[in-house]
Design a protein around this ligand. Structure first.
Ligand code: ATP
Ligand code: MG
Length: 337
């Protein structure tokens, strides 16, 4: 492993064992993240984005298990870490902004109390006075005006955007090497969304952290990230630099996601595009490419054979049979539609 790699996920498989069967939420996912890099992870609801990153910190619910692969954080395998070390990893190295800001903040405690609690989780010897000063500084870092005053606010007294900033303050309290933000802008209106994205970019430079930004909106990653991982049906469909994903789009699923980005220049009268059909069941996932049933260009081979990754550039890869230079032309025309 080269020195600048912070995180390396290899052939990760995570399943939930439920009464209805094994939900194969993450199916053979591999990617890596360099120090100081911001990557975006995009995909529709249920594509396995959150579960992939809950696996990285092993914060899965009781029925969830990592059933294959490994996760190397600074070269150490998280899947084999003993509890104490794992706790240290979560407290000192990885900051998480969870998907539901309202459920992650305790409504009965002042914001300052919650940030101080977080600071004390990794620095037990810090005095109350110092912790309070640090909490104020953190609120300033996430651009909350009148930081000292807001330490005394309750979450319900704050707007959605402000609460999201508080979540970031708590996540960066330990100066994490990795910050994972799961749908941090979904519930916010466009102006506030832009402010939060700007904040994410500046936090990377200020605290020198790597960032994983999870979102269902390809437009969001275009503004903020350097690299993009596109997920569907628990797998990575395509991965590349932002420009490669946008201008040399390789997978039909990414094509659909791209079309779904609302065009702010079009005025009225146009319907928003959405990919027809719904994601596959992960209890009995398709044998072939998971996108086959919704893909306009699906071929017979896609039904039963999962394509390998085709490397399109050193930074760009995608799993789609259409990219196979050796695909016999008779198969390519044998559409399943
Ligand atoms: N605790 C659980 N028990 C059973 N299945 C689960 C559990 N958590 C997630 N899943 C399943 O795992 C799959 C992936 O879920 P995940 O939460 O990672 O999706 P996501 O891409 O984050 O979607 P969203 O955009 O809605 O947050 C889904 O099919 C989901 O139903
Ligand atoms: Mg999610």
């Amino acid at each position: 492993m080269t020195v600048d790699k912070l995180l390396e996920v290899n052939n990760l498989r995570t399943s939930f064992f439920t009464f209805s069967g094994e939900v194969q939420a993450v199916r053979d996912v591999s990617f890596s993240l360099n120090r100081g890099e911001i990557i975006g992870v995009v995909g529709e609801s249920g594509s396995g984005k959150s579960v992939t990153f809950l696996s990285v910190t092993r914060l899965l619910s009781e029925s969830g298990k990592i059933v294959g692969g490994n996760i190397l954080f600074e070269g150490e395998d998280v899947t084999q870490m003993p509890t104490l070390k794992l706790r240290k990893l979560r407290n000192n190295q990885i900051g998480m902004v969870f998907q539901e800001p309202m459920t992650s903040l305790n409504p009965t405690l002042r914001v300052g109390t919650q940030i101080i609690e977080r600071i004390k989780a990794f620095n037990k010897r810090i005095s109350n006075r110092e912790a309070s000063k640090r909490a104020e500084q953190l609120l300033e870092m996430v651009r909350i005006p009148e930081a000292r005053k807001h330490l005394n606010s309750y979450p319900y007294e704050m707007s959605g955007g402000m609460r999201q900033r508080v979540m970031f303050a708590m996540a960066i309290a330990c100066n994490p090497k990795l910050l994972i933000a799961d749908e941090p802008t979904t519930a916010l209106d466009v102006t506030i969304q832009k402010q939060i994205l700007k904040l994410i970019g500046s936090l990377r430079d200020e605290i020198n952290t790597s960032i994983i930004l999870i979102t269902h909106d390809l437009g969001v990653v275009a503004e903020t990230c350097e690299r993009v991982v596109v997920m569907y049906g628990g797998m990575i469909m395509e991965e590349g630099l932002v420009d490669e994903i946008f201008y040399e789009t390789a997978h039909q699923y990414t094509v659909g996601l791209k079309k779904s980005i609302p065009d702010v220049n079009k005025v009225g009268g146009t319907r928003l595009f959405s990919i027809s059909g719904s994601p596959p069941s992960l209890i009995d996932p398709p044998k072939g490419c998971p996108f086959t049933a919704r893909c306009d260009k699906a071929m017979r081979v896609c039904v039963n054979h999962c394509p390998p990754y085709f490397q399109l550039s050193p930074t760009h890869r995608s799993m789609c049979w259409l990219l196979d230079p050796e695909m016999p032309s008779n198969l390519a025309v044998e559409s399943v539609q």
